[in-house]
Design a binder for this molecule. Structure first.
Ligand SMILES: [Fe+2]
Ligand SMILES: [Fe+2]
Length: 231
């Protein structure tokens, strides 16, 4: 997989990228993700909405934190190593920390943007459905990813790729279902940290492309580890 596939920081035709997503099948979800997506539909409705993608983003950060946490744990265990330390494992841990930090920041801006837009649009969020329940879901999602990363890291990268594929498709469908979003100007304090977009439609497409990048990075890392994990 070459770096050409990544979209972040590139000037792209966002509508053309939306079409590309919609012409591509989603990655298959495992049982955990199927249960998670079904829970989203039951709790937040089958339709796509800002509060629903807000909850998706509350969860999205946690696999990256689990990799960062797991990689640090591995590095800290080596302070008492009695034999030579495997150089490749150090490189892997440092790569996962870097990947984890970068994506966590990105997911954080997504979450804060949607929360701000809900506030601006006076969409009432529920303390129970948009705070308490997501907190419990993040707990489960974090530890599940953490355990997978501990037993076999490839499992966690593949599961995250499928989560991100779902998120990419949901965003592109959300933009497609609401052509009126293309004439809605968008502003937020968080544009100090995230690339400003000219309309709500483009913001949703740009976030969808970030999810595609996250998916591709997870797939690339899984393939690298499966291929012997050199460099
Ligand atoms: Fe996201
Ligand atoms: Fe993501």
């Amino acid at each position: 997989m070459t770096d050409d596939i990544y979209t972040m920081g590139k000037e792209l035709d966002l509508k053309a990228e939306q079409e590309k997503t919609l012409a591509t099948p989603r990655l298959p979800a495992n049982l955990t993700l199927k249960i998670m997506f079904l829970t989203f539909d039951l709790l937040y409705g089958k339709g796509r909405s800002l509060p629903k993608v807000l909850v998706l983003e509350i969860l999205a950060r946690y696999p990256y934190w689990a990799w960062e946490n797991g990689a640090y744990k591995l590095l800290s265990l080596w302070h008492c190593a009695t034999g030579p330390v495997d150089q490749q494992k150090i490189k892997d841990a440092l790569r996962h920390i870097e990947m984890g930090r970068e994506a966590q920041d990105n997911e954080q801006w997504h979450m804060l943007l949607w929360a701000d837009l809900c506030r601006q649009q006076q969409i009432k969020l529920s303390w129970f459905k948009h705070w308490l329940l997501p907190r419990h879901m993040t707990f489960v999602y974090f530890y599940l990813t953490r355990i997978m990363y501990w037993i076999k890291p490839v499992w966690s990268f593949r599961m995250n790729a499928a989560f991100e594929s779902h998120a990419e498709h949901e965003y592109m469908l959300f933009a497609q279902e609401h052509p009126e979003f293309d004439s809605m100007a968008v502003d937020s304090i968080w544009f100090e940290y995230y690339p400003r977009q000219k309309s709500l439609g483009d913001l949703i497409r740009r976030v969808g492309l970030d999810e595609r990048d996250h998916m591709n990075r997870s797939l690339a890392e899984a393939a690298r580890l499966e291929g012997g994990g050199n460099s």
